[in-house]
Write a protein that binds this ligand. Sequence first.
Ligand SMILES: [Zn+2]
Ligand SMILES: [Zn+2]
Length: 505
Amino acid sequence: MSPAVLLTLSLLACGGPAPPDPEPIFEPPEQPNIVIILLDGLRYDRTHIGGNDLLTSPTLDVLAAQGVIFDLAFSTSNESLLSHSALFTGLYPTEIAYPDYKQFLLPEQALTLAEAMEAVGYETAAFVAGGHVKAHFGFSQGFGTFEEGEDFGSFATTARLASEWLARRQEDKPFFAFVHGYDLHRPYPKASVFFHPYWPKGRTDLDRSLRKRNFTEFVFDGVYYPNFQPTRLTHAAGDSMLDPGIYKALEAHAAASAASGEGKAVPLSPSDREHITAHYDASLLCADTYVGMLLDDIIARGLWDDTLIIATSDHGEDLGDHGYYNHRANITDSTTHVPLIISGGALPPALRGTRTSELTDAVDMVHTVMDMAGSVPPAGARGRSVWALLQGREPPPKDFVFQQGVLGHSSVRTPTHRLVFLGLALIDPGYARHMAEDPIDGGSFVLYHSAVDRLETRDVLADNLVLAEQLRNELVAWTISLEEGTERMQLSPELEEMLRERGYW
Ligand SMILES: [Zn+2]
Ligand SMILES: [Zn+2]
């Protein structure tokens, strides 16, 4: 019992003054509208709530002021396709599909969050900015409306598409909407007023380079290598994609160029680095502005009080951290620590303006959203409901977040530390054996004291061998549980019944 309740009871018992009139009782809707706003590539520490002094995200700030901030939220991978697949299924990448980047997609047999929400009576709609979140990678499953803006496009388009849909949707059902934008994805410079709001020094030669789509993929350790030739892959679904293996190739190119003294190498100055970060920050302002317009529209249509908003991302972005300007070369906080805000008019008043340091990650999303909808998640979905946590229902504790990167890096993150296993591809048959048997201090592992060393710049493994071994054991046990697991996404009896009623079989 809380001290406040005890105080009230003791006042009543001794005949003291009557307690003040209670607040009007808040009655949340049984099935609130739920909107996931996914700002692709947004790292936590570039948001104002995450410590950026600049007011780069006024809309997110307002959502946060009226909602709950999760200060320790993580993506499950460091790449859009793998991360979104985990978010939509509550499964880890290697459980979802064979983790070969040329073939990976969200398979038809996966039961997605949208399918489950449709089955429990929601009207479902998604507005995605192309790229790796398109229908042909499997993401349209379960969405009654699925609209794609231009490839790697902006909320300028997808928020407008969502507004147009709000004007014409069925009004007898609650809705589940997913709205996505690639504004924070390279190339970072944005048009018009979003070009240089955080860069007072005006245009430089770097601006010409930054307009090239892949410029930042040619930068390693602060040096631009214009002669580097990246390789591309053709995905089984037909898309041409940059090979994630280019980062190892770029490191080799940099080493060869340094050894021979030949080939062009153009160092970026500290000012250049600030300039690139200023463009990334401006990209957030751009995304945030159009998200704000969508929220205005939700309010103007009188939907706010019945709506929960979840704002988050699928990965972060190295901004020169760890040598790179991208999100796929490393599994670190810079590439996987993301904002998570739960807000909206349907949020109980007691939760507004609060923040929590409970650990959570993208595989919690299926549990969380189904719980918000007053329903149960599909059996087999991993994770736990943070909605239950906010309401004091005590879901299972979460002491570790596990992640699988597109280059084969696996990581375990605790509230204070991160251990990364480097080196092999996820499809390598010796993957789990190497993870279990390689000497902990032999070069395959890195340990960061993330709570103190927030940019994860210092490997502290040599000084913390006991902790490193403990975390390795957790990582191995988790990896083996995935390999041996026969558990696939299964229907709970309730959900199966609902799906059958709606003609899924
Ligand atoms: Zn992404
Ligand atoms: Zn510029």
